[in-house]
Design a protein around this ligand. Structure first.
Ligand code: SAM
Length: 213
């Protein structure tokens, strides 16, 4: 988990809450998204944000969720899920994720819930070293919610990786003079990057905070 002193109230940074909430939306109503290896206070903050007061919460169309203090390996043990049934989404994987990977080969899809770095520092390597089978989603790093959304479009909706429209490193404009470039690949809809609701406003506030500091 990423820590952020700016957000003492919820104990989780706002971008994490927005991205994690978006994951429930992108996974869709028939899935469960499990967040693992959280501190107790982060578990409570996430439960609160995802059940009560998040703007994108709509229980009829979003996935259900679980939050855990235990690690992914411990969760697999308690649920009797063997290593070979968990697919790690890994930018360095030799094999691309394809629609066939959704046909019962894997029970769970695993993502690093971590902040992307520019340039990437291969923090997914920590999960890779545990020995999971891996698949990649192309050469450009995605935000974690985008990676989950693309995985769903491939394994459930049977799109191919190359059939999904993307925007790489989009510039988010706030005004004529203020903008920020995001070092990620996003799904594109109507010519715009698909961002979690509230994220653009958060970027803007963050930008102003940096200048104020
Ligand atoms: N900078 C991180 C790294 O170097 O590993 C990537 C962080 S990315 C924001 C968070 C997670 O999304 C990764 O751990 C991975 O599970 C998934 N992900 C993002 N882009 C991906 C890609 N192109 N292929 C496969 N998985 C990806």
């Amino acid at each position: 988990m990423e820590e952020d002193e700016q957000d003492q109230v919820s104990s989780l940074p706002r971008w994490v809450l927005l991205e994690y909430s978006q994951m429930l939306k992108l996974a869709g109503k028939d899935s469960t998204v499990a967040f693992t290896h959280l501190s107790k206070s982060s578990c409570a903050a996430l439960d609160r944000a995802l059940t009560e007061n998040h703007p994108s919460k709509d229980s009829s169309s979003t996935a259900s969720f679980e939050s855990h203090t235990i690690s992914i390996l411990e969760l697999m043990k308690t649920r009797n899920v063997p290593l070979e049934r968990v697919c790690l989404l890994d930018p360095k994987a030799p094999q691309e994720l394809g629609p066939d990977d959704g046909n019962g080969k894997f029970e769970w899809f695993l993502f690093g819930g971590i902040l992307g770095d520019d340039p990437p520092r291969d923090r997914t390597g920590e999960l890779r070293s545990l020995g999971f089978p891996t698949r990649h989603l192309g050469p450009v790093q995605m935000t974690t919610d985008t990676a989950l959304g693309v995985t769903k479009l491939i394994v459930e909706d049977k799109n191919t990786l190359s059939g999904i429209p993307y925007l790489d490193h989009p510039t988010i404009r706030f005004s004529k003079t203020e903008s920020v470039e995001m070092p990620f690949r996003y799904i594109m809809r109507d010519g715009e990057p698909v961002l979690p609701p509230g994220m653009k406003q958060h970027f803007y506030e963050d930008l102003n905070r940096v200048f104020d500091d």
